[in-house]
Design a protein around this ligand. Sequence first.
Ligand code: V47
Ligand code: SF4
Length: 380
Amino acid sequence: MISESPEKLILQHANLNQELKTIAEKVIEGERVNFEEGVYLFEYANLSYLGTLANFVREKKNKNFVFFNRNFHMEPTNICVYTCSFCAYSRLIKQREEGWELSIDQMMELVKKYDGKHVTEVHITGGVIPKQDLLFYTNLFKTIKAHRPELHIKALTPVECHYIFKKAKVTYEEGMRLLKDSGLDSMPGGGAEIFDKTIRDQIAGGKCSAEEWLSIHEIWHQMGMQSNATMLYGHIETFAHRIDHMERLRSLQDKTKGFNAFIPLKFRNGNNEMSHVPEVSVIEDLRNYAISRIYLDNFDHIKAYWAMIGRSTAQLSLNFGVDDMDGTIDDTTKIYSMAGAEEQSPKLTTQELVNLITQVKRTPVERDTLYHIVKDYSIS
Ligand code: V47
Ligand code: SF4
């Protein structure tokens, strides 16, 4: 059978108006979609058009591969000085008895549970408390590296960094250098939420601003290091706010090329102060993945965090621009289960993750955090 070219498939779509035709042609030619066109896609493009176009971009960048890694998560505390209204996880300092607060020794007990096991990354993130300061984290990273030097430490978002640097009275540059010298290998994408100030003030007031979030990543990238970026979507933001968020990330990526993956995080409304805000549908999730893939032309990877959206939607997303499924996770992570995510106890064996990927006829590739290939499952 002769397969149709993706160009033909897209342009053959029924009811394709001139605007959508122009956007499709631009994407196929490798041209950048602008702000207005991004918003237009959110407002008017149907799922099948978006899927075809996003898949075209995805396969051009990443062929049939779906990346994952073997990682575990650690959350040093769920107590937090901040009060983000979407957060189901944090306990205020005054509700301390409902929270946990791990010492370095307790965290090392968790690390040692993985001794002799094939994991390449530990992902460390959580609440923000005065006690877990710059000294705590530099000691933690040094202790992990002394025990297991090759374990990649992906830890701390600009929210935590901004707080601990201010408390230690060091500049962002000095703070990031100290963390790097203590063993921090890369930064996860959290804390970005939504950059627009009016929305950010309403849902994440008090924590680092959009400018501060971007500045910390920029400094980290200028040190030759890499990180991820997230976007919390599907709450009170508009489509224009989502594109504005992606636009700011795209501009920074043009400058530094330091971002590895973009991870859209669907707002979950369980047990938080925004429980009255309905969650968006799976269709909206897929549309959002696809537009992210189309808009962020300088990001190599779009990640579906299966622990958050569930395995089936993560599988579906692999046809809507996504090429990365995060990892086996295997952890104690509570941040999503407490907010009502499908996966109440997120843990997948490598074989289960590989099966999810092969079920949808994609090729699983185990990677390390920086996307070096550990195992290509198409090569036996
Ligand atoms: O910044 C908190 C989000 C993020 C809710 O870099 C919520 O590889 C939805 O950033 N509904 C932290 N989202 C997690 C994170 C992450 C996860 C996986 C991989 C990577 C990576 C990064 O979780 C927070 C916030 O945006 N979050 N509560 C909620 N109710
Ligand atoms: Fe604290 Fe992070 Fe929860 Fe905000 S999202 S309250 S910063 S743990």
